[in-house]
Design a protein around this ligand. Structure first.
Ligand SMILES: [Zn+2]
Length: 236
């Protein structure tokens, strides 16, 4: 109501597109101000050396909820340019977004698990572009597992169906952005959830990393999931 009164909204002669444009500008200004304030607050915590304690509390909550143990501790860096990037054991964030940190802790866990089982951690494309089938495969597993770490805390449901997985490899690479985001995050989660639920996080992740989908399985993901769920795998 306040915004409407300020703009003389109801009686104005502005056409629909102009109203939407003005609303977007106001929304953007509020968002930038909010993010700026949150960033300053996080920087202050970083300056006082309190980020470690904050992170430890999140890690303990995640370990309790997911019944797992993290493999070490990442370092959190408050950086206005790096919202939600995990790189070499460091998590770069603009401000303290707990859901995002829980997600990035999943990437950090995978980073440590790769070296524990003697696998090279896949290189991440800075532009997050996926142009090859194996990039699609790596992203599905990695984002699926990180989303499991996040949803395990926020309790959001699995809302993806097997029928939504593409039947052609090209559809994993060139598609609408909203479809690709849903595919890699919600679709990745839907793929790995039964495996992590069934075997627990450590063994489930090992099974996935040691038995990633083959090229021909990328277009038959429900069958791949069955193979991992039923196949004997030496995870030691
Ligand atoms: Zn991620």
């Amino acid at each position: 109501m306040f915004l409407k009164r300020v703009l003389g909204w109801q009686n104005s002669k502005l056409i629909g597109k102009q109203k939407v444009f003005i609303f977007c500008i106001i929304f953007l200004i509020i968002m930038v101000k909010t993010i700026g304030t949150l960033h300053k607050e996080a920087k202050e915590l970083e300056r006082k050396g309190h980020l470690g304690i904050y992170l430890e509390q999140l890690i303990e909550a995640q370990e309790r909820k997911l019944k797992m143990k993290h493999l070490g501790r990442p370092r959190i860096i408050i950086d206005m340019c790096g919202h939600g990037i995990h790189r070499n054991g460091r998590i770069y964030i603009k401000y303290l977004d707990e859901e995002l940190i829980y997600h990035e802790l999943g990437h950090f866990y995978l980073f440590k698990l790769h070296s524990r089982i003697g696998l090279a951690y896949p290189e991440v494309d800075e532009n997050k572009k996926i142009t090859e089938w194996w990039g699609a495969r790596n992203s599905l597993l990695s984002e699926g597992i990180a989303t499991y770490f996040e949803k395990g805390i926020n309790g959001r449901a699995d809302d993806f169906n097997d029928s939504e997985y593409p039947e052609a490899i090209e559809d994993f690479l060139t598609n609408r952005l909203d479809f690709l985001l849903r595919l890699y995050y919600s679709g990745g989660y839907h793929l790995v959830k039964p495996i992590l639920d069934g075997f627990g996080i450590e063994e489930g992740c090992k099974r996935l990393l040691l038995n990633p989908p083959k090229k021909e399985e990328l277009t038959k993901l429900p069958e791949y999931r069955k193979r991992v769920l039923s196949g004997p795998v030496n995870c030691n």
